[in-house]
Ligand binder design. Structure first.
Ligand SMILES: C[S@@+](CC[C@H](N)C(=O)[O-])C[C@H]1O[C@@H](n2cnc3c(N)ncnc32)[C@H](O)[C@@H]1O
Length: 559
């Protein structure tokens, strides 16, 4: 029964998405799709639709806005009396006061105002479900500014306050201050049921493409299916220290096709999927390397069209020109998300990686999820069934199985703002720039991006995704080590961490990368893996060291 309903909602979602492709400025369609997304338990996507609808209400009401004509025309396809069903909601029309004239532009201004309040209702209730309390409260208050007695908005305000009291552990008399409300929320991390862009990563076709590419910068390696231990969620005892059989899963990994000598370079990868969150910082716009001080013999070049954009040398400039730069050249996107507040550093870097991906897609004429640097990345997705498993009306939001960090600012408002700055129409390009597309890219970046700290103040300010480097799985006794400075280089270790054995990688062995500092003790390595990978590392070294510690602890307790 429940399944049927989901199938019906998914069908309706597709119909509305198709209708939006034909009528991209129709705010009613956006609102209808928002409701469907909400019912399908994707409140993040509902908020995205309601926000696009809200922007269209502004377009209708201000004739100086860029899409005024188009938005008004789309709205005029509907009657005022009766108005579209999605707007005739609870006591909204009564609260706003009826329209006095049901013909001309005045009447459509009224309809746009009514629609804006409906947007505020959907935005505030959806963002509340994602845990973005500050944005939820701000939209709720904007709605109450228009219809102060609207029961639904008053109820949402009360719910936001309750959620805030719980989350901030406030005492009964404490005031809930909007500007102190937490705004970091969480959304579902999944291959959406309608996402047709995810490849079958284990197919012959995918593996042959990946291996063709890999051969260019890691000639002794190949991509193969690998069997990995399932990361353990909060385990202890036998399950955590390896005296029990461990669960495994299939993923991709990198393997040696030939013997690789100790100290030999295994992989040398160049990527333009980079981000820099400092404004006017002297790093190469393409590869992210710190530029040397200007000197007469400097190889650095600047773009002849927008002088502020600097590249290490002609190679980096060429890469930028062929892969992304023309899409952002002289477009005033440079200052967006730069010099963030300390608590926003990670989000700003992921956002700037998304901005780079959008520029690559635009310049290369591809859907963002088709760009080869992200297409084959696994985003640590959870199945849609598991994500929507709880009963929507009784669930506590956001539920614990949701794992994608989400905020109104970084997942909705700023990506759309960046597109506008790039002169991209955010309505007619919905299929490429829907919120689920941004979320999918974020999921892929979250598990794979590497960041570099600025040596002057220790703050991470440059990030990059190297799609092949990140195919090499982690092990706490790695057989390689790496360095990122313009290019990501992996070397075979001369000596292994465990037992000081000789390094090198034999033909057929897996390349064992390290994503954390392997000199840390097992407990700290596992804490890191829990935060970054989503569970305790179950590699042989972790299991053996945990077992050793458990034995020592048991012996000392006996004494
Ligand atoms: C950067 S990717 C590595 C490539 C990945 N195996 C693939 O198929 O694309 C990181 C993800 O691989 C998996 N992984 C890597 N090393 C692992 C390990 N030692 N144990 C379990 N899972 C691991 C985790 O799911 C992690 O989030």
């Amino acid at each position: 029964m429940v399944e049927e309903t989901t199938a019906e909602l998914l069908k309706r979602r597709q119909e509305l998405t198709d209708a939006l492709a034909d009528a991209p400025y129709d705010l009613i369609l956006y609102l209808e799709r928002a409701i469907v997304h909400f019912d399908l338990v994707y409140p993040d996507l509902a908020a995205g639709d309601a926000y696009r609808a809200l922007l269209l209400t502004d377009e209708i009401r201000d004739e100086n806005f860029e899409y005024h004509e188009e938005a008004l025309k789309a709205c005029q396809a509907y009657t005022i009396n009766p108005c579209p069903g999605v707007l005739d909601h609870s006591s909204l029309i009564q609260d706003l006061g009826p329209v006095t004239n049901d013909g001309g532009e005045q009447a459509y201004n009224w309809l746009a105002k009514l629609a804006s309040v409906r947007c505020f209702q959907i935005l505030s209730s959806s963002l509340l479900r994602c845990g973005c309390l500050q944005s939820a409260m701000k939209f709720c208050e904007r709605g109450l500014g228009v219809v102060p007695h609207n029961k639904e908005l008053l109820q949402i305000k009360n719910d936001i306050e309750q959620a805030a009291r719980k989350r901030l552990k406030l005492q009964p008399g404490d005031l809930v201050e909007v500007n102190n409300l937490p705004d970091r929320g969480i959304a579902r991390r999944e291959v959406y049921p309608w996402n047709t862009y995810e490849p079958d990563r284990f197919s012959e076709h995918s593996l042959s493409f990946l291996n063709q590419e890999l051969a260019k910068f890691a000639p002794k390696c190949e991509v193969r299916v690998s069997e990995l231990p399932v990361l353990l969620n909060g385990g202890s005892g036998a399950a955590a220290n390896g005296t029990e059989a461990i669960l495994t899963c299939k993923q991709l990994g990198i393997f040696a096709k030939e013997d690789i000598a100790p100290g030999e370079i295994v992989l040398d990868e160049y990527s333009v999927l980079t981000a820099n969150n400092r404004h006017k910082e002297s790093t190469c716009d393409s590869c992210g390397t710190e530029l040397p001080p200007l000197a007469e013999n400097s190889k650095a070049v600047s773009c002849p069209e927008c002088y502020d954009t600097i590249f290490c040398d002609d190679f980096c400039y060429e890469q930028a020109q062929t892969q992304y730069h023309p899409a952002v050249c002289d477009k005033d996107v440079d200052s967006i998300a730069k010099d963030p507040d300390p608590q926003d550093i990670d989000q700003s870097l992921y956002l700037l990686l998304l901005a780079r991906l959008l520029a690559m897609a635009e310049h290369q004429g591809l859907h963002p999820l088709e760009v080869s640097s992200v297409k084959y990345i696994w985003g640590d997705f959870v199945s849609p069934a598991q994500n929507s498993s709880s009963n929507p009306s009784q669930a506590i939001y956001p539920p614990s199985q949701w794992t994608l960090p989400f905020s109104f600012r970084y997942n909705i408002a700023t990506p759309l703002h960046i597109l506008e700055k790039m002169d991209i129409n955010i309505y007619t390009t919905l299929s490429r720039h829907d919120i689920w597309v941004f979320n999918t890219a974020y999921a892929k970046f979250r598990g794979t991006a590497s960041a570099r700290k600025n040596p002057r103040d220790g703050r991470p300010d440059v990030a990059a995704v190297h799609p092949f480097w990140c195919l090499a799985n982690h092990d706490c006794d790695p057989n390689v080590t790496w360095e990122w400075g313009g290019r990501m280089v992996l070397w075979a270790r001369k000596t292994r961490v465990v037992g000081g054995k000789e390094g090198g990688i034999k033909k057929g062995e897996e390349v064992l990368n390290h994503y954390c500092d392997v000199d840390l003790p097992v407990q700290q390595r596992r804490e890191w893996a829990s935060g970054s990978l989503g569970g305790w590392c179950m590699c042989r070294r972790c299991r053996e060291e945990a077992a050793e510690q458990a034995t020592k602890k048991a012996e000392s307790e006996k004494k």
